[in-house]
Design a protein around this ligand. Structure first.
Ligand SMILES: *[C@@H]1O[C@H](CO)[C@@H](O)[C@H](O)[C@H]1NC(C)=O
Length: 316
């Protein structure tokens, strides 16, 4: 019997399915018919079931990891074909249309220390808010902070007066400038032709159940369709996938196989905002995921100022 079991295990591992079916007969020949028949059926059931399991999992196994959390990437890019709508629109803005539509990931532009400083800024603000559902945002430009089922304006709340210091705004500005020049360099555009745009915000995602639509971050979407002003989307991760939280990978949707970016503290991901880059964020299953969405436009009308202390309503 032990032999039969071992044999069976080998069969299960074999990928040559036709041969395995033939092989099954041999070990059972010595077994009396009365006992052999159920065993034979059983082993066939086992083989068929395991084949079905293999087929099921290999069909689901079409996700490629584009950027692993454990690797320090100097820069990794993939050129994708620009969607016609994106190209037709962006071509109107001289010096702002990309040479190629792309996805890029780099761990070398923003330092871990800068990411940590931004994380502190995000947490400092989010402490005063927090959505009932799993996703909260803090937008330093508009002042929007998720609170309960709504948003409040951090610049109009007395307790939050001067919570963010000039130094905090400086850190944000340095990071934004670095990102702007990185986009200019990698997409072959002029740095003075791309502008920070709305919404640019910190996000905090927990495994809590969604309460409002603002909590539903996991739906596949195209940034340019959600936000008309977007031309270049950048995401800066402020925590580590698998360490600070589980789930929450960023997923590009492709025809053949989807590809993931695993967040890593200080990791910067950049991509053209058109239909060539549909994506979603997987649900976070444990821990808290922090990131910053820092977006750029070619259309000066949609440009926003760098946030600063002058935004506070009550001056002290
Ligand atoms: C990629 O993700 C989308 C959205 O979740 C899904 O519908 C599609 O089946 C995935 N594609 C592959 C090849 O796994």
């Amino acid at each position: 019997m032990g032999d039969v079991k071992r044999r069976n295990k080998n069969i299960l591992k074999s990928e040559e399915t036709i041969k395995t079916v033939e092989n099954i007969k041999k070990p059972f020949e010595k077994v009396p018919l009365s006992k052999g028949l159920p065993l034979r059926i059983l082993s066939r059931v086992v083989v068929i079931t395991s084949l079905l399991i293999i087929v099921y999992f290999s069909s689901k196994e079409s996700v490629i990891t584009f950027a692993k959390q454990t690797e320090l990437l100097p820069g990794k890019g993939l050129i994708v074909e620009c969607s016609p709508e994106y190209m037709n629109e962006i071509i109107k803005y001289e010096g702002c249309a990309p040479k190629d539509c792309k996805r890029l990931v780099t761990d070398k532009v923003i330092s871990e220390r800068e990411a940590e400083e931004l994380l502190k800024i995000a947490q400092k603000g989010l402490k005063f808010g927090g959505s009932y559902g799993g996703a909260s945002i803090l937008d330093l430009h508009s002042g929007a902070l998720s609170k309960g089922q709504h948003f409040v304006n951090i610049y109009k709340i007395k307790e939050m007066q001067n919570l963010f210091t000039q130094n905090d705004f400086n850190v944000f500005r340095v990071v934004k400038e670095k990102i702007k020049f990185t986009i200019a360099h990698h997409f072959g555009v002029q740095p003075d032709k791309i502008f920070l745009t709305h919404p640019t915000f910190f996000s905090e995602i927990t495994p809590r159940k969604a309460v409002t639509v603002h909590d539903e971050y996991w739906h596949p979407h195209v940034d340019k369709e959600t936000y008309k002003s977007f031309h270049y989307t950048t995401l800066l991760y402020l925590g580590d996938y698998g360490i600070d939280f589980k789930g929450g990978r960023f997923v590009f949707i492709n025809d053949k196989s989807n590809s993931t970016i695993e967040p890593r503290k200080g990791r910067l991901s950049m991509f053209t905002s058109g239909r060539e880059n549909p994506h979603y964020v997987e649900k976070v299953t444990s821990g808290t995921r922090y990131a910053a969405t820092i977006s750029f436009t070619c259309n000066k009308i949609f440009a926003i100022d760098d946030p600063g202390v002058d935004k506070y309503e009550f001056k002290s």
